[in-house]
Design a protein around this ligand. Structure first.
Ligand SMILES: C[S@@+](CC[C@H](N)C(=O)[O-])C[C@H]1O[C@@H](n2cnc3c(N)ncnc32)[C@H](O)[C@@H]1O
Length: 321
């Protein structure tokens, strides 16, 4: 079994750099004998630290919907033997996955949302507007709908809605219109082609400013992978399956995700919601979470200096009552 997790000595040029590693795992507080779920294995960095901190007999159930992430994590965590149980699955199906494994309660759940560096690095996956690749963006390569399907087939209004809602992009209508015009001339099939269409709506892009296609790509990726619904469902199911005293820690990377996490925690932390004029409680709602992070935990200056992608990370944690 590895003595120390090697996440921190990995070369950030070649690997996914785990974000808020110490902070997230400290809030999860893994201990020997506990059963933990990492719903977003990615490169396996958080998972390895959880295994390390729950030695000698803690168990880590690791999920990822991406087959490559599963294969990489299996290799990285092979030294932990039966303590690491790795399954290719969407975390929204956590209840079914745990039932299949015969596990009915967890001591902790970690979600580190979004893409890994491996997704962005591989042009074939179609996540990056910087490199030419097919317009794909599926985290699970077996799921039926690609970004090209959405871009070429959705009505203009629906495209505008997705770009506005999931990208919070002010020019959503103009971008959808430019896409509609371009696809009239032939299908839009590549990342760079789409990036150029989106850029045509903006004044020329000065180097070193955010690329004009950033928010549109984010919006399409969220839609392709149904990320908001997966988060809502996965979070709800995870809270249900936590043991009293068990903890949930979620790292999000944009305001839409963070809002869902924050609101869900607040909702779970609330007891009776009957109007004050009622003399006795009728709703029977009971709080089942205690919020551990009133404000989100953010990456330190030194982490951001070493890994600029950590700048937007927000970590929120709660404990089951
Ligand atoms: C930011 S990376 C995780 C990195 C990981 N914590 C580490 O230390 O290497 C996010 C991973 O979550 C996966 N993912 C995103 N949404 C998912 C979902 N709904 N179900 C399962 N995996 C998901 C992605 O495929 C990606 O590999």
């Amino acid at each position: 079994m590895p003595e120390t997790p090697n996440s921190e000595i990995r070369n950030p040029q070649l690997e996914h750099t785990t974000v808020l590693l110490r902070e997230a795992v400290a809030l999860l507080a893994p201990r020997p004998g506990g059963v933990y779920l990492d719903g977003t294995l990615g490169g396996g960095g958080h998972a390895e630290e959880i295994l390390h901190r729950s030695a000698p007999d803690g168990v880590l159930i690791g999920l990822d919907q991406d087959a490559d992430a599963v294969a990489r994590s299996r290799e990285r965590l092979a030294g932990y033997g039966k303590r690491a149980v790795i399954v290719q699955a969407n975390f929204r199906a956590v209840t079914q996955v745990l039932a299949g494994l015969g596990i009915d309660a967890l001591d902790g759940v970690l979600l580190d949302l979004g893409l890994s560096w491996f997704h962005l690095r591989n042009p074939e996956r179609g996540f990056s507007f910087q490199t030419e690749g097919p317009l794909d963006m599926r985290m699970n390569a077996g799921s039926p709908t690609t970004a090209a399907d959405l871009v070429n087939n959705l009505p203009q209004q629906e495209l505008a809605r997705i770009i506005r809602e999931y990208g919070e992009e002010k020019k959503a209508n103009a971008i959808a219109k430019a896409i509609e015009r371009a696809r009239g001339r032939g299908p839009i099939t590549s990342t760079v082609q789409l990036a150029q269409i989106v850029s045509s709506v903006f004044p020329p892009y000065p180097p070193r400013r955010t690329h004009p296609a950033t928010l549109t790509f984010q919006a399409l990726r969220i839609a392709v992978n149904d990320e908001m619904n997966a988060l809502r469902e996965g979070l709800g199911a995870a809270v249900t399956v936590l043991k009293p005293g068990g903890r949930i820690a979620i790292i999000s990377f944009h305001s839409l995700e963070d809002r869902i996490v924050k609101q869900a925690y607040v909702e779970h932390a609330k007891g009776c919601i009957c109007p004050p004029r009622l003399p006795v409680c009728r709703c029977e709602k009971k709080a089942d979470l205690k919020i551990l992070t009133r404000r989100p935990v953010m990456a330190s200056d030194s982490e951001v200096a070493g890994n600029p992608a950590s700048r937007s990370a927000k970590l929120r944690a709660a404990e089951k009552l």
